[in-house]
Design a protein around this ligand. Structure first.
Ligand SMILES: C[S@@+](CC[C@H](N)C(=O)[O-])C[C@H]1O[C@@H](n2cnc3c(N)ncnc32)[C@H](O)[C@@H]1O
Length: 267
């Protein structure tokens, strides 16, 4: 797993858009100030860091040591975050938690198996909260929605880089997270969408591309420099002004069991 995002963590921490104050505040209110929250697939703490201090504790779990290290640095010793190496298959080994949040990470997992485990581990009103980009309200994110993305895809294709199997199968099968949740014990769904405008320059877009698993520095190896140069040149040829606007929509999707439904018994 570490290989999938090999060398990407610094780019991830610097260039992947954060979720914004309004989305994090909404999430914190929904979970409650006294809650113990598992951030599963925490990366460099994109949720864990801003959520800490608004809930009782955050357990930040990721299989990639590089991501955890970046998160520890960004958190600068925040005492309410515990960083742990683990993944979606090791939930039973974790200390108890009241809610789970997953930011752009659920598609990496065996989603049904995770929800079955969570049905045994979460308390009756425990929430499964997903945060991530959407193309339009209620619709999954589309990989080519932004004006610069066809250029990036073309350069990636020239370097033999394709979207990761996890991302491809998630987007290609188009089984949205909300459908997987609706077919699970956590079928009581509440969605809020938050909109922000971002402006990118060419360094930002190159850094963003290096944050993806399929075009990470590890995936590129000794072609990293050539890739960066090719991408920069192609982006500026397409848009010599070197400035790109994005309307970024972030969905916070909170799933709970319906009132009165009990957690599953452990096996
Ligand atoms: C796109 S990053 C998301 C990071 C962060 N949560 C965010 O919102 O930006 C996906 C993260 O999921 C992690 N991941 C991949 N497979 C996982 C699994 N099976 N269980 C838990 N985390 C996983 C990766 O190591 C990576 O850090």
């Amino acid at each position: 797993m570490e290989e999938l995002f090999g060398g990407a963590a610094p780019y991830y921490a610097r260039y992947r858009p954060a979720y914004g104050e309004a989305a994090i505040e909404h999430l914190a209110r929904a979970l409650g100030p006294d809650s113990r929250v598992l951030d599963l697939g925490c990366g460099p703490g994109t949720i864990a860091v801003p959520l800490a201090g608004r809930v009782r504790t955050v357990l930040a779990v990721d299989p990639a040591e590089e991501m955890l290290a970046a998160g520890r640095r960004l958190a600068a010793g925040a005492p309410t975050i515990t960083w742990l190496r683990g993944d979606s298959t090791t939930l039973r080994a974790l200390p108890p938690f009241d809610h789970v949040v997953m930011g752009r990470s659920f598609h990496w997992m065996d989603r049904r198996a995770v929800l079955a485990d969570l049905d045994e581990l979460l308390p009756p009103r425990g929430a499964v909260a997903l945060i991530g980009p959407v193309s339009r309200r209620g619709e999954p994110w589309q990989p080519n929605a932004q004006p610069w993305q066809p250029v990036e895809r073309r350069v990636c294709a020239d370097f033999g880089l394709g979207m990761s199997a996890a991302a491809t199968s998630f987007h290609a099968t188009a089984e949205p997270h909300r459908d997987v949740l609706a077919a699970s014990p956590f079928d009581h769904l509440e969605s809020r969408t938050f909109t922000r405008r971002l402006t990118w320059d060419v360094d930002g877009l190159v850094g963003l591309q290096l944050s993806y698993s399929y075009s990470s520095p590890a995936a590129l190896g000794d072609r990293l420099h050539a890739f960066v140069e090719a991408l920069r040149e192609a982006l500026l040829a397409d848009n010599p002004a070197g400035r790109w606007e994005q309307e970024l929509l972030t969905e916070v999707l909170i799933a709970r069991r319906p009132p009165g439904r009990r957690p599953a018994d452990p096996p």
